[in-house]
Design a protein around this ligand. Structure first.
Ligand SMILES: *Cc1c(COP(=O)(O)O)cnc(C)c1O
Length: 245
């Protein structure tokens, strides 16, 4: 009888390989190279042991949307070369514990949070790569800045010396399917191009973090440099009902 953990392992490695190929194809199809798009493997659906298997399969950029889960896994997988991405809403009272663990914050979604992150990064003594989350779909339930706030937000974050603000992030509308997702992604790219025209000197907008399992190819076609893919990595694997939120 096959041992389920080793067959899960094989499946996850095969899923990872297939996703990397799809990333490559979408990138080359739109005039870029596959290595210009970074896959962030979202491990919010799985426990630490399977996360370790994902890591062993070669996925070192890992994303969590909940700080507590990130703390737990970062502790248990310490020393194994993970670069952690915080991709979900971060409460200010969790900044102190989260910051030393992460290599990038995708979800810079309020000035109060960004000020707290800046303060903690200054205590740690090095700037943190941060993306500003923009609510391009206008969905009330979503976190993030409104597009028309962004010129002012860029001015304000440019004074926060320990933030390395280098891009934007968005979540596509849940409803509307691929066409709506494409509109949301192209809105983020157009906003970025527009903002670049009058960007404070120490703010770069090189990165666009957009696209998940259902729409990462569309996102790459629209300019994504970071895609956050979870469920497609675990297709065919029993992940025991964890939903991730
Ligand atoms: C869960 C999550 C993802 C990944 O979603 P999948 O559809 O499972 O690929 C990406 N980004 C954020 C912010 C998430 O919370």
């Amino acid at each position: 009888m096959p041992d389920s953990s080793s067959s899960n392992n094989d499946l996850m490695a095969a899923n990872l390989e297939a996703i990397r190929q799809r990333i490559d194809q979408a990138a080359t199809g739109s005039g870029r190279r596959g290595d210009q798009v970074t896959l962030v493997g979202v491990c919010k659906y799985i426990g630490t042991e399977m996360t370790g298997q994902l890591l062993a399969a070669g996925c070192h950029q890992l994303g969590e949307n909940r700080p507590q889960q990130l703390w737990e896994k970062a502790g248990q997988l310490e020393g194994r070369g993970v670069e952690w991405h915080m991709i979900g809403h971060l409460q200010r009272n969790k900044v102190r514990r989260t910051l030393p663990l992460i290599s990038r914050l995708h979800s810079g979604d309020s000035l109060r949070l960004l000020q707290a992150v800046n303060e903690q990064a200054s205590r740690l003594g090095h700037p943190l790569p941060v993306l500003l989350e923009v609510n391009v779909s206008g969905d009330q339930a979503k976190h993030g800045f409104q597009p028309d706030q962004m010129p002012g937000v860029l001015e304000q974050v440019s004074t926060l010396e320990f933030l390395d603000v280098d891009g934007l992030m968005t979540m596509a509308s849940l409803a509307g399917g691929e066409d709506q997702a494409r509109r949301d992604f192209s809105s983020l790219r157009e906003l970025r191009d527009h903002l670049r025209g009058a960007c404070p000197e120490n703010v770069r907008l090189d990165h666009l973090s957009m696209g998940m399992s259902g729409d990462f190819e569309v996102a790459i076609e629209e300019g994504a440099t970071l895609v956050r893919v979870g469920s497609a990595l675990f297709e065919g694997i029993d992940i025991q009902g964890r939903t991730g939120d």
